[in-house]
Design a protein around this ligand. Structure first.
Ligand code: SAM
Length: 267
């Protein structure tokens, strides 16, 4: 394979911290374990550290989405060597994964050492297209992974946990120290696996997001106070939920029961 060429200037605004530790790259590939005929999508290939390993799986397709024009140019020779690989110079937050899955004729496997500055909106963007996705193997700031896998009751359990829970099963695979990247970030990272569920855990109410957001807006408030504008104390209690409880003690199903109550109230 031809090398991707000289380094492009690093752009801080795109969260560019490039992986260089071969052991970490190998662990990601082991966790991903691609099988023949699968459709891989890499978010933010950067200088191609992981891309090379993915492209070498010649029995899979690879689509990579990179916003930085200079990096896309740098990667072009690498993609020229692999007819089953395509580089999209685009903003992943606007990328249509559903259209790509239709074009490939199957659900996608998403991989990436994600730009941490957009990780939450990116996870929500992916979630909105969950039916196009099989699973995700993503490097994130460790605190974000802790939030993804948090059980109810603790400080990490919050809006992100509860919003994703109906649609994906999240698992933290391993932690990665700052030294694995150039330049090193200030924080630790972790690789997570998110498997999109065949069916959501429950029929998600159209008011789910509104109830979850309101509940966690000020997490020290009780539900009665946080949801005061949406549901009365009696309506909350009628869902089998203690109005004096704090939001982090509720399961995703509890939040959905509250949202369904709001549906019935005709909000
Ligand atoms: N995958 C490479 C690696 O591990 O060395 C680079 C990872 S770096 C943390 C994040 C990458 O995502 C950068 O290449 C950056 O330019 C790209 N990126 C940042 N924002 C993006 C966006 N909105 N859409 C697509 N790519 C983006």
């Amino acid at each position: 394979m031809r090398p991707a060429g000289a380094a492009a200037p690093r752009r801080k605004r795109f969260g560019q911290h490039f992986l260089h530790d071969p052991a970490v790259l190998e662990r990601i590939m082991e966790a991903l374990a691609p099988r023949a005929g699968q459709h891989l999508v890499e978010i933010g290939p950067g200088r191609g550290a992981l891309t090379r390993h993915l492209a070498e799986r010649r029995d899979c397709t690879l689509d990579a989405i990179e916003i930085d024009r200079d990096l896309a140019q740098l990667l072009a020779p690498l993609f020229a060597d692999f007819p089953r690989c395509q580089l999209h110079q685009a903003d992943v937050l606007e990328f249509d994964f559903a259209a790509l899955a239709r074009a490939r004729g199957a659900r996608l496997r998403i991989i990436g050492n994600l730009p941490y500055n957009i990780s939450t909106p990116l996870l929500f963007h992916l979630l909105a297209q969950a039916s196009a996705i099989d699973d995700l193997h993503v490097m994130l700031q460790r605190e974000v992974v802790e939030r993804l896998v948090a059980p109810p009751g603790g400080k990490d359990y919050g809006r992100l946990t509860v919003m994703l829970a109906p649609y994906v099963a999240a698992e933290s695979l391993f932690d990665v120290g700052p030294g694995a990247f150039r330049p090193p970030p200030r924080v630790w990272s972790a690789v997570a696996r998110l498997r999109v569920r065949a069916e959501p855990l429950f029929a998600v109410s159209p008011h789910y997001a509104a109830v979850v957001s309101a509940a966690f807006m000020q997490r020290r408030k009780t539900l009665r106070n946080a949801l005061g504008e949406l549901l009365s104390r009696e309506q909350i209690a009628g869902c089998g939920v203690d109005p004096g409880a704090r939001p982090e003690t509720l399961s995703p199903a509890d939040f959905n029961n509250l949202a369904v109550r709001l549906d019935r109230a005709g909000a």
